[in-house]
Design a protein around this ligand. Structure first.
Ligand SMILES: [Ca+2]
Length: 485
């Protein structure tokens, strides 16, 4: 299944071998001199140097990370990665549900284009000729491997199985199994009325990291990184935490004493100006008491710290194999997650906590590394970004745009908006975000509209859509949405 054992080949050629007479080489030298020579080496060489790609994904992870400023969650490994990456402060998924979001990320197609808007449809049944992100790399001589969940895989029921995996994407694919909520340990189901895929089951598991599926994913990724191979590689490492059930070894729960967990503050009357479809179908707080909300948050934070430790194992292996300077590392979540804002939990909303995702991109030598990028970007942009950074040409059908200019200068002007959508029965909710505003229409406005000033009201407590003072803003955002001005 693996290619023959050969030494890795992706280092830049020695400078003496370059053709110094070409305009490109001369430009590279000018750039190197101008920038002190180090930062722009990667830019000048990237068309020729075959960087590896390590794509690490989390499932149902909001931006509740230390590097994103969360006051309680401990993520030392992701914080270390962020220190050498560009951290995107305003990155958004295209659909806050596993399969539609992952399909969009990995095909480069918007949900409207692929038609994949639920957890059942498989894009390739509809578009057999799709060239996915890993497949583009395969087609260009890369070895592409998947460990764990990249395409949709039901959690917990589908863990260890292929889910909606896509064969043409990979040379090698493996889904390590795990006991999930059946792990031995101290377990409680706080919402037994709900299905396993959404129920808040919390398990302080006995045993170590490798007794969990994600621990095995990390171990397998470490093993693959230790293999010597002739080609550059694209390794996708997909973790299932912090998706429910909230299972993690006990030591991660010990990081968060229950009485230290802070509950979200929801002002009285918060829901009064929110259209009904925006609040999804579930009862407020899933029917949880404040004490149970604390248990959920503790389990979610423990699952994040467990995830963080597994990411740390993979990144340490990258360092140990001296591959970090030759590898573009991307960390992201498939969508965000509510932790009690508006008394909402989990996903499938168009509010900021559900639409927003953590996104870190560490590309060797990029001048923006270590900085935060305040520009609005989409998960859809990851495909063209990785292709661009590796000198590959994506199919013309790929939507989104390369973020490479923002990796070079995270503060530069960037005229872009982010689109996120969900379904409510037969109708759609559509939302568009720029740096100041979020505007949302339910069933093209027939079931409600929302406008939030994200700078003055980042908690989205004041719906301004019907405030005449903001008519011009609404018209502008409708223009972005493609609606009728
Ligand atoms: Ca998910």
């Amino acid at each position: 299944m693996h290619p023959p054992t050969l030494r890795l080949r992706h280092a830049a050629e020695p400078a003496g071998n370059r053709r110094l007479s070409s305009p490109r080489a001369l430009l590279a030298i000018v750039l190197m001199v101008a920038a002190g020579g180090v930062a722009d080496r990667a830019l000048a060489d990237s068309a020729r140097v075959k960087y590896n790609v390590l794509l690490i994904t989390a499932d149902d992870l909001s931006a509740a990370l230390g590097c994103y400023g969360h006051p309680q969650v401990k993520t030392p490994n992701l914080d270390r990665l962020a220190a050498r990456a560009v951290l995107f402060e305003r990155a958004y998924c295209q659909f806050p549900l596993c399969n539609p979001s992952r399909t969009s990320l990995l095909t480069g197609l918007r949900p409207d284009t692929s038609g994949v808007v639920n957890n059942q449809l498989k894009f390739r049944d509809r578009f057999p000729q799709t060239v996915t992100l890993p497949q583009l790399f395969r087609n260009n001589g890369y070895y592409a491997a998947r460990v764990g969940k990249l395409y949709h895989m039901g959690v917990p029921g589908g863990v260890g199985g292929p889910g909606l995996d896509d064969g043409p994407s990979w040379d090698y694919a493996i889904s390590p199994p795990g006991l999930e909520h059946a792990s031995p340990g101290k377990a409680q189901n706080l919402t037994p009325q709900y299905q396993p895929g959404v129920a808040f089951r919390v398990v302080e598991a006995e045993g170590g990291d490798d007794d969990q599926a994600d621990g095995r994913v990390a171990a397998e990724a470490v093993r693959l990184l230790g293999e010597k191979r002739a080609q550059p590689w694209f390794l996708a490492v997909g973790f299932v935490r912090p998706h429910v059930p909230l299972v993690a070894p006990k030591k991660y729960f010990d990081l968060y004493p229950l009485d230290s967990i802070q509950l979200p503050q929801v002002p009285a009357g918060d829901r009064d100006d929110i259209p009904a479809p925006a609040l999804a179908e579930r009862e407020p707080d899933y029917g949880l008491t404040p004490e149970q909300c604390r248990e959920v948050l503790r389990g979610y934070y423990a699952a994040i710290s467990f995830l963080d430790a597994q990411v740390g194992r993979v990144l340490k292996a990258l360092d140990d194999q001296q591959l970090s300077e030759k590898t573009i590392v991307v960390f992201l979540s498939d969508h965000g997650y509510h932790l009690g804002e508006h008394r909402l939990w989990q996903k499938l909303s168009l509010f900021e906590p559900s639409a927003r995702v953590p996104l870190l991109i560490a590309a060797p030598g990029m001048p923006g590394n270590g900085r935060h990028c305040p520009r609005v970007v989409e998960l859809l942009d990851v495909y063209p970004t990785l292709a661009d950074c590796c000198g590959l040409t994506p199919p013309k059908s790929v939507e989104g745009k390369s973020l490479r200019p923002l990796l070079e200068d995270p503060a530069q002007a960037w005229n872009s908006v982010a689109h996120t959508q969900v379904r409510r029965g037969k109708s759609l909710g559509r939302s568009v975000r720029n740096e100041k505003w979020r505007y949302t229409e339910w069933d093209e406005g027939r079931s409600g509209r929302e406008l939030y000033d994200q700078q003055g009201d980042p908690a989205e407590l004041h719906n301004l859509a019907d405030n005449l003072e903001h008519d011009d803003v609404v018209k502008m955002m409708q223009g972005f949405l493609g609606g009728t001005p």
